[in-house]
Every structure is written in structure tokens, then in C-alpha cells.
Design a protein around this ligand. Structure first.
Ligand code: CU
Length: 657
């Protein structure tokens, strides 16, 4: 293990400031800096306004745009503005923006859950009826292009509870029938203290096992957990032990051996957010949510990752008691059923990427909750068939990967993953500017230091571009933008040279609950931003940033773009096809890019896959798809042709079954 090349914990951004300052001077036109200085001296009262106008003029000059790109704000009517916490690009070019209650407890209590369907080109907007609180669920595009959303919010956190509460396991010994207990069912403890269930629940019937020949059949009870709150306020309802509770009302006295509760300690400690087991599919054709089978486990902050066979792994998340679940489960898009998966402890929203070998590689990136122990935080390979987790240590202080971003660098064939930024576990004030890379296909994968970000950054937005660059923008220096630390830096990471160049500063602060999406025309949509406070002094209440921006990268200003004029709409692995492209003689690369679906600095299904080709003459290319579905899992993709000048076409939608 080459630890000397790994990024150090003593990653000191101050030390490198000189270097980055120099780059910034090179990056930003010097004339602009000089102009600002002169104006500030000569006309102090109107200086800011004039400087601003001059800045506006500078950044819209063609030469500036061709070098740094251009930001633009979309104009969204007030009634269509939602908290852009979850978003995904659909194969029809629309962007689905999912808020649910949007981190707003008043909306949660009122049952106000929101989703916006937006076409960023035609600016057609439509609010979608949202039947459950998908806030902080996991979401993914299925092989047929519809969106699976699993989990969400059952209950908001309670930092200072006045009713003792905890988790109740309801045991069913009745092999004759399942039992359904309504919300508010009363559980009475040994000393008469009463608790009420926060949700309805159904406990399946017990199983009857055949005994030995002539023996009585054995009963295997079934059980379900439910959150319960004390009926009376205060310390009188504290229950320090694990007690047996009788269930009131539904049953006769004899029934209490059939159905009863086993309570965890009932406390007045801080209560975490609680997840739901709900799962829905957003049907792209009907623009509706359709309920599918619930998960086996409640999840809040889960990651959904597609495997090469089209199955979806759901991992981690807070369960119905606000604890991180170690159980994974697998969704079959054909049967729409969930099956138990292997057990491993990951922090919430773990960044787990499908490797060419069919395993999942956990990069260490995550968002939010989970033990800080190295066993939970160390990156590694997870074989979901054998359940074996093989750690790949070597990145110093893996705990600092919380709120970092991870990307599978383009093209996916290189099997190189990059982690960017991040900070300490929980509401820590520490954050890091480091980046690190790892070749996960190497015989001995090890972490190497990458170029540092301009400043320590949590929640950086990272979006793969068709020319193999990675846009890196937004985030904040401190936990959830505290002290007004939203970061406007925007840089483009060049995979060929392993270095950053400056791009135009973003026009909106975006920290927690933000994301970015590559649009079919090659521009990038950014949305969200949920600072803990509304001002620099950390005294004003938070305001969610509902603005939506589009960034046009430099390649959109560098001359005529190639155009894919014809291609089959369905492309099979390993098969060859003819496609028609303008500028065919100068096409350098072809890429298949999966639609982005980011949330909480996590987008593990984002990938850009190289497609081999030969020139067939008459403006045609003969393309051949890769062989491995682990490289290119079943999905819709955008096919981009990139010219020898690094200018990409618009994406041409295809489906890889
Ligand atoms: Cu969240």
C-alpha cells in the first residue's frame, strides 16, 4: 500500500493558497480586476453598481464565454418553485424535481408534499401530485426509464422531546392470521405506563414448523417494530428496561399471549428523523407516481445503486426508529418485489459504485448519519453475492469523507474514482480541500492524492461532461453553509491532465440539499441549497434556495458542434451499428452518458462510457458497444459525439436493454 502518495490529513489549504491565487489571476481577466480597483477608488458611492455592470459586460463577451462558460438563471414563476432536494433527468428531456415536505416541518404536518416537472428548454412547468413524503428518499432511473423512489420521511427529528419514546417490537404468535394495529394503539407496561403507536402496522402471521414425527408443530412468531410515544408528558413515563407490554383494546385477555409488545428503553433523548418503507415509481409517460411494494426496511437517506442485471440495491438509511439500518435489499424491476440483501454497516447515503467486476465499491463518501468508527467509514469492495466487504484503507481520516462527492471518472472503462472535498462527521466545523483518486481495477488498488480544490468544500456539486471533463461547483466551506460560507468557485477537472482550470463563478450559493444535472444539449442545470441559517451571523432563520441555474460550458461557445443525425434507438451490448454524424471525419470520441439523478452529494449511477468506433465513410461511423453490463447497466443513455476540438454534439437518446 503506497501511503506516501495518499493525501495527508495535514492537507493545509493555507499553504497552497499562493499557487491557487496565481491560477485565479490567470483565470480571471486581469483587466476586470484592475477596473474594479480603479472604480472603487474614484467613485466609491456608485462603484459597486458600475463594477457589477462591468462584470456583467465582461462575462458575456464571447471570448470570456469560450474560456470560462456562462451562467444563466431560469425564471420560474413563484407557484412552481419547490425545494430542489432530489432531481433526475428523464429520457424525454424533462427534469423531475422532488421536494416532498422539503425540510419544512409545517409542510410535513400539513401533508404538503411537492414535485415539479420542468422542461428546461421549453420552460414547461407542471406540479405533480405527490402521495407521500419522499423527502430524503433514494431515487434511481430503472432500465425502462421510469424512476424508482424508495423511502422518505415518516417523522421529523425532535431535538427536545417532552414525551418519553422509543421503539416497540410487536410479536405475533398467531399462526392463523396477520394482525393490523391502527396508529394510536395503546401499549401498557408492567407499572401501568402507557405508550401509543405513532404509525399503523401489520404483523404477518406466525409460521408453523412441522415438528418431529408425531410431535406438536412449533410456532415461529413474526414481529414488526413501531415507534411509540408516551401518553403522558415528562419523566414519569421513562422506562429504563426492556419490558413486555400488553396491547389494549383489540384483543380479549387470552389474546395477550398471541400478540404483545417488547419495548426498548423509553427515553427523553433527541429523536432522529425516521424513515418509511414506502416505494413508488414515477411513470414518465403518465407523469404520475404509482405505489409499488414497500421495502422490508424503513429508510431515510438510503442509496439506490443499479447492478449490471438491472436489479436495484437499496442500502443504509435511518429506519423507523431513527437508527442506521445495516440491512440491504434488492428491487427486481420485473416483479417489483424486494428481496433481502446482505448485511453491512454503511453511513447514510453511502457512495457505492458498480465496478466492472460486478461488486460495489464504497468510496467513503456519504451524507449525514452513522457511527464514526473506521469499520463504517473505510472505503472498500463489497461483494453483494458473498456479503464479503474487503476494505481498501490508505486514505487518511476516512471520517473526513462525510459530505464529500464521489465520481466514477469518464470514461467508465478506466475504472478510476475520484473523491472531492468533504468534512468531519456530523456538525463538525472541519472540512477539507483534498481530492483523491483510486484505480479500482488495479491489482492492488490504492489511493493517490489529486489536485486540491480552491478551498475546503463540503457538498461540492460534480457533473460529468461529454468531453470527459468534470464540472465542480458550489458547496460550502462549513457545515450547511454556516457563517455565510457558500462557495461560488467553479472549476473544470481535466481527466487527461489531472488538473483543475477555473470556470466562471456560479451565480447562486448551493450547499446542503443541492445538485447538478447534465442536460441533453450539453449544459448543466444546478438547483437547491439549504443553509442552516439565512445570514452570515448565523442568526436569521434558514431560507431554502429555490432558484435554478444553467451553466453553459466553454465548449458551447467554441464553434460549430457535431450533430448525430441518425442512430438506432436501442443498442445491444457487443453489437455494432451505423450512426450518421456531421463532422464524422473529425470525431474523436463517442460517449454514452447515463441521465443524472443527484441528491445529497450522491449520484452513484452517473457514468460516461466510451463507445468504440471506426469511420465508415459517407458521414457514418460504425460503433460497437462494450460487452459488460457492469460497465453499461441497462438504462436510457445519451449518446454524444465529441470532435477533435473537444466540442460535443447534443445527446442523442438511446436505450441499452
Ligand atoms: Cu436531507
Amino acid at each position: 500500500m503506497d501511503t506516501s502518495a495518499a493525501p495527508g490529513n495535514g492537507d493545509n489549504p493555507e499553504k497552497r493558497r499562493g499557487k491557487w491565487s496565481f491560477r485565479r489571476l490567470v483565470g480571471v481577466p486581469v483587466a476586470m480586476l484592475a477596473a474594479c480597483a480603479v472604480i472603487a477608488v474614484n467613485v466609491p458611492t456608485v462603484g459597486a453598481a458600475v463594477a457589477n455592470r462591468y462584470h456583467q459586460y465582461q462575462i458575456t463577451r464571447p471570448a470570456y464565454e469560450a474560456r470560462y462558460g456562462l451562467w444563466n438563471k431560469l425564471s420560474i414563476p413563484a407557484r412552481f418553485r419547490v425545494n430542489g432536494i432530489h432531481s433526475t433527468l428523464l429520457y424525454n428531456g424533462d427534469v423531475l424535481i422532488m421536494a416532498g415536505s422539503g425540510n419544512n416541518q409545517a409542510f410535513f404536518n400539513a401533508g404538503t408534499f411537492k414535485t415539479l416537472l420542468l422542461n428546461p428548454v421549453t420552460m414547461h412547468e407542471q406540479l405533480i401530485r405527490t402521495p407521500w413524503d419522499l423527502f430524503c428518499a433514494g431515487h434511481i432511473e430503472l432500465p425502462d426509464g421510469n424512476i424508482l423512489i424508495a423511502g422518505g420521511t415518516a417523522r421529523y427529528e425532535n431535538l427536545d422531546p417532552v414525551y418519553a419514546a422509543g421503539s416497540m417490537t410487536v410479536v405475533n404468535n398467531d399462526a392463523a392470521q396477520p394482525w393490523t394495529l391502527p396508529k394510536g394503539t395503546i401499549f401498557t407496561g408492567p407499572n401501568g405506563v402507557q405508550f401509543a403507536s405513532a404509525f399503523a402496522l401489520t404483523i404477518p402471521r406466525a409460521r408453523r414448523l412441522r415438528g418431529a414425527a408425531g410431535g406438536q408443530p412449533a410456532i415461529v412468531p413474526s414481529q414488526q417494530n413501531v415507534w411509540v410515544d408516551a401518553v403522558r408528558k415528562g419523566r414519569g413515563s421513562l422506562m429504563p428496561g426492556t419490558d413486555r407490554y400488553e396491547i389494549q383494546g383489540l384483543l380479549g385477555p387470552a389474546a395477550n399471549n398471541l400478540l404483545y409488545g417488547i419495548g426498548t428503553p423509553m427515553t427523553l433523548q433527541k429523536q432522529n428523523f425516521q424513515g418509511t418503507r414506502d416505494a413508488y415509481i414515477f411513470d414518465v409517460r403518465t407523469s404520475r407516481y404509482v405505489k409499488v411494494n414497500s421495502m422490508n426496511y424503513a429508510r431515510w437517506y438510503p442509496t439506490l445503486a443499479e447492478m449490471g442485471n438491472g436489479m436495484v440495491m437499496a442500502m443504509s438509511g435511518l429506519n423507523g426508529s431513527g437508527q442506521v439500518t445495516m440491512n440491504s435489499e434488492m428491487f427486481n424491476p420485473g416483479t417489483r418485489r424486494w428481496a433481502q440483501g446482505p448485511v453491512h454497516g454503511f453511513p447514510t447515503y453511502p457512495a457505492t459504485f458498480l465496478t466492472e467486476s460486478g461488486q460495489l465499491f464504497f468510496t467513503g463518501s456519504n451524507a449525514g448519519y452513522g457511527p464514526s468508527t473506521s469499520a463504517w467509514r473505510t472505503p472498500g469492495f463489497w461483494n453483494v453475492k458473498t456479503s464479503v466487504f474487503q476494505p481498501v484503507p490508505g486514505i487518511p481520516v476516512p471520517q473526513d469523507l462525510e459530505t464529500s462527492a464521489s465520481v466514477l471518472l469518464p470514461p467508465a472503462q478506466k475504472q478510476t474514482i475520484m473523491v472531492l472535498g468533504g468534512g468531519g462527521v456530523g456538525q463538525s466545523m472541519s472540512s477539507t480541500a483534498r481530492t483523491a483518486l483510486i484505480d479500482i481495477a488495479a491489482p492492488d488498488p490504492h489511493w493517490v492524492r489529486g489536485p486540491s480544490l480552491a478551498q475546503p468544500t463540503r457538498y461540492p456539486i460534480t457533473v460529468l461532461l461529454p468531453d470527459d471533463d468534470v464540472l465542480v461547483t458550489g458547496g460550502s466551506r462549513y457545515y450547511r453553509g454556516m457563517h455565510g460560507s457558500d462557495n461560488r468557485d467553479t472549476r473544470i477537472y481535466d481527466t487527461a491532465t489531472n488538473s483543475f482550470t477555473w470556470a466562471a463563478n456560479s451565480i447562486t450559493g448551493r450547499d446542503y440539499h443541492s445538485g447538478g444535472i447534465l442536460l441533453p444539449n450539453g449544459s448543466v442545470l444546478t438547483l437547491g441549497g439549504n443553509p442552516l441559517f439565512g445570514n452570515k451571523q448565523d442568526t436569521a432563520p434558514q431560507a431554502f434556495n429555490q432558484e435554478i441555474d444553467v451553466y453553459f460550458p466553454p465548449y458551447m461557445f467554441r464553434g460549430p458542434r457535431p450533430r448525430i443525425t441518425a442512430a438506432p434507438r436501442v443498442l445491444q451490448l457487443q453489437h455494432s451499428y451505423l450512426i450518421s454524424v456531421s463532422q464524422a471525419a473529425s470525431i474523436r470520441d463517442l460517449r454514452l452518458m447515463r441521465p443524472d439523478n443527484p441528491t445529497h452529494v450522491t449520484d452513484v449511477n452517473e457514468r460516461s462510457v466510451a463507445v468504440a468506433f471506426t469511420r465508415a465513410g459517407h458521414g457514418e461511423l460504425r460503433i460497437t458497444l462494450p460487452a459488460s453490463s457492469n460497465l453499461i447497466p441497462p438504462s436510457y443513455y445519451m449518446l454524444f459525439a465529441v470532435s477533435s476540438r473537444g466540442i460535443p454534439s447534443a445527446g442523442f437518446w438511446v436505450r441499452v436493454p
